[in-house]
Design a protein around this ligand. Structure first.
Ligand SMILES: Cc1cc2nc3c(=O)[nH]c(=O)nc-3n(C[C@H](O)[C@H](O)[C@H](O)COP(=O)(O)OP(=O)(O)OC[C@H]3O[C@@H](n4cnc5c(N)ncnc54)[C@H](O)[C@@H]3O)c2cc1C
Length: 408
C-alpha cells in the first residue's frame, strides 16, 4: 500500500468491494433503507456485468440467452444517486486507514468498508494438472468453456466424452444439462456428448440427504449420465482424468473435463490483512464485522467470502445466493447505524444487529430434462414447475437491479 499517493479526503461514506450477489445487494439495501439520505457509495469490481449463476448451466448450453441473463451491474450502480462504480482490480487494503488499493494505483478510502469479494470455482492444488480443468463461474471461465464446448461438439468426434467433476448441486446440474443436449432440436452444436459425473462422496448432493442423492443418481442415469461416486480425482492430463476409488486407480479418457467440485476463497482475501479462518475465508462475527467488539467497527464482510464465527464456532451458513442477500441486508443496516452517529463515537459504538442463522431453505435441483424440488425431508420431481419457477426467480432478480438503471 505504500507507493500509492495519499488521499487527502475520504472518497465516500461506504466502499463496497465486489459487486456480485452480496455486493450489489448491499448497494441496493443502503438505498432502500435510507431512501431520503443515502450514503455516498463507491462499488469496485473487475467486471461491469454479472451472469446469473443459479442457471449458469442453462446459459452455457444455450437453453436461455447468455446475453440477456446478466445483471448490468455497473449501469445499475451508476443509476443510484450519489453512487460510483469503479471497474478495477483490488490488490490491497489497509484496515488501519481503511484504504483500498487498486492495481492501477488508485487508492480509495471511506468510513465504512464492506468486503464482498466472494469465491473462485477452482480445484484444490492437490489435483495434479488441475489447471487443465475448465469451470463455469467467472466470465472468463464461462467464455472459455463455451468455446471449448463448441470445439468438442462440432461433429469432428462422434460422441465425445465430457467429464464433470463434483457430485454437489453445481456438478449434477451441469451433467444433467449436458446430457439433455441429446435430443434437443435447438442444441447449439451438431453433436451431443457422453457424460461422466465423478463425485468424491458416496452420495450425490450429500447436503440434501441419502434419499435425494439416490433419486438424483437415478434421474441422471436414466438420461445416460455415467455416475461414479466415491471417486477422487487425482490428476488431469491432456485427454484424461485419473480417479481413485475402492477398486484402485483408473483413467477416464475424455475430450473435456470440467471442475464443479467446490469453491475456494478468492485469492485477494489473503492479501487484505483481515482475520481469516484456517481454510482462508474471512472470519466475521455474527454482526458480520471483521473486527467485532474492537475500536475498528466499520469493516464488514459478507457473502461467499465469509464464514461467521461466534458462539460455538463456525456457523453452518448456506453459501448460496439467498444467503448473500440476507447478509447484505444486515450489513447495510449495521453500516447505516454506524453512519448515523459521529465517526469518533462520543457515546460509544452503537449496538449492531446479529445475522440470523437459517439452516434450511428450499432447493430446486435441475437434472437436465428432470428435476427435484427439495424442502427439508420433502422431495418431489416437478421438472416443468421447477424450470418455470427458477426462470421466474431469475427475472425477479434481474429486475431488482434494473429499476434504477439510466435509460439506454
Ligand atoms: C456454478 C455455480 C452455480 C451456483 N448455483 C447456485 C444456485 O442455483 N442457487 C444459489 O442460491 N446459489 C448458487 N451458487 C452460489 C452463488 O452463486 C454464490 O453464493 C454467490 O455467487 C456468492 O456471491 P458473492 O457476491 O459473495 O461472491 P462472488 O459471486 O464470488 O463474487 C465476487 C465478486 O468479487 C469480484 N472480485 C473478486 N476478486 C476481485 C478483485 N481482486 N478485484 C476486483 N473484483 C474482484 C468478482 O469479480 C465478483 O464479481 C452457485 C455457484 C456456482 C459457482
Amino acid at each position: 500500500m505504500s507507493s500509492a499517493p495519499e488521499t487527502p479526503a475520504r472518497h465516500a461514506d461506504v466502499i463496497i468491494l465486489g459487486a456480485s450477489y452480496a455486493g450489489v445487494e448491499v448497494a441496493y439495501q443502503l438505498h432502500r433503507q435510507a431512501p431520503a439520505n443515502p450514503p455516498r457509495i463507491v462499488v469496485v469490481d473487475r467486471d461491469r456485468e454479472h451472469g446469473y449463476l443459479p442457471l449458469v448451466q442453462e446459459r452455457l448450453l444455450g437453453v436461455i440467452s447468455a446475453q440477456t441473463s446478466k445483471v448490468q451491474t455497473a449501469a445499475y450502480i451508476e443509476g443510484l444517486p450519489g453512487a460510483r462504480y469503479v471497474q478495477g482490480e483490488v490488490v490491497g487494503f489497509d484496515p488501519e486507514s481503511r484504504g483500498v488499493e487498486l492495481a492501477d494505483g488508485t487508492r480509495l478510502t471511506a468510513r465504512v468498508i464492506i468486503v464482498a469479494l466472494g469465491s473462485v470455482l477452482e480445484p484444490p492444488a492437490s489435483v495434479a494438472g488441475g489447471e487443465l480443468l475448465m469451470a463455469h463461474k467467472s466470465p472468463e471461465q464461462f467464455d472459455a468453456l463455451h468455446s471449448a464446448l463448441g470445439r468438442v461438439l462440432d461433429g469432428s468426434i462422434a460422441t465425445p466424452r465430457i467429464v464433470v467433476i463434483g457430485g454437489g448441486i453445481s456438478g449434477v446440474e451441469l451433467a444433467g444439462e449436458l446430457a439433455a443436449l441429446d435430443g434437443r432440436s435447438d442444441r447449439p452444436w451438431p453433436t451431443s456428448p457422453r457424460v461422466t459425473l465423478v463425485g468424491s462422496q458416496p452420495l450425490l448432493v450429500p447436503l440434501l440427504g441419502a434419499a435425494v442423492g439416490a433419486r438424483a443418481r437415478r434421474l441422471l442415469s436414466m438420461q445416460g449420465v455415467e455416475v461414479r461416486t466415491s471417486s477422487r480425482v487425482l490428476a488431469v492430463g491432456d485427454g484424461w482424468v485419473e480417479v481413485a476409488d475402492d477398486t484402485g486407480t483408473s483413467r477416464i479418457e475424455c475430450a473435456l473435463a470440467v471442475w464443479a467440485g467446490g469453491i475456494a476463497p478468492a485469492p485477494i482475501l489473503g492479501r487484505l490483512a483481515l482475520p481469516r479462518t484456517e481454510h482462508g475465508w474471512l472470519a466475521v462475527g455474527p454482526t458480520l464485522q471483521c473486527f467485532p467488539g474492537t475500536a475498528q467497527p466499520e469493516i464488514f464482510a459478507c457473502g461467499d467470502a465469509v464464514r461467521v464465527v461466534g458462539g460455538e464456532g463456525i456457523w453452518p451458513t448456506m453459501q448460496r445466493a439467498i444467503e448473500c442477500l440476507w447478509q447484505a441486508k444486515l450489513v447495510a443496516s449495521n453500516a447505516l447505524t454506524l453512519l448515523g452517529v459521529p465517526a469518533d463515537y462520543p457515546e460509544g459504538i452503537p449496538p449492531l444487529r446479529p445475522h440470523s442463522l437459517r439452516k434450511r431453505f428450499a432447493y430446486g435441483v435441475s437434472l437436465g430434462r428432470q428435476s427435484l424440488v427439495v424442502w427439508g425431508p420433502l422431495c418431489v420431481s416437478l421438472p416443468g414447475i421447477n424450470r418455470w419457477f427458477r426462470r421466474w426467480l431469475m427475472r425477479q432478480y434481474l429486475r431488482r437491479y434494473a429499476a434504477l438503471s439510466p435509460p439506454a
